[in-house]
Design a protein around this ligand. Sequence first.
Ligand SMILES: [Zn+2]
Length: 139
Amino acid sequence: MKFIVDAMLGRLAKWLRLLGYDTIYDKTITDDELINIAKNEGRILLTRDEILFKKAIKQNINAKLINSTDFMRALKELDLHLDESIIGSRCILCNTILTTENSNIWKCPNCGKLYWQGKHWKDINKRIKFLKGDNYVDS
Ligand SMILES: [Zn+2]
């Protein structure tokens, strides 16, 4: 699954990338460009904008209207079939596939951001469990 996400859904875009999905997110893209890219690249268009959503559906684009303002709920509504092997494989800032620096560190060859599974992964793993269907317990 590949996605293109409208300007209002930045957090959702970052999470899709974290989960390993090829996700285009660019605040400067116009509605027509969103539709064209979705069409040309076979991407699922995610939007909060009902007018854009209807416009996309009219052109046979696979689009989903995101109603939830809670981005975890919104992700859950997408009913993703998570693939463990791709989680954490992509740069959340620029969508590039990461390269391995050493056993604990990954690097984005495009923007240079470094990734490691530090303390914050505990929270991320909890959220991933929630997306898989477990009850999410916020602690
Ligand atoms: Zn990057």
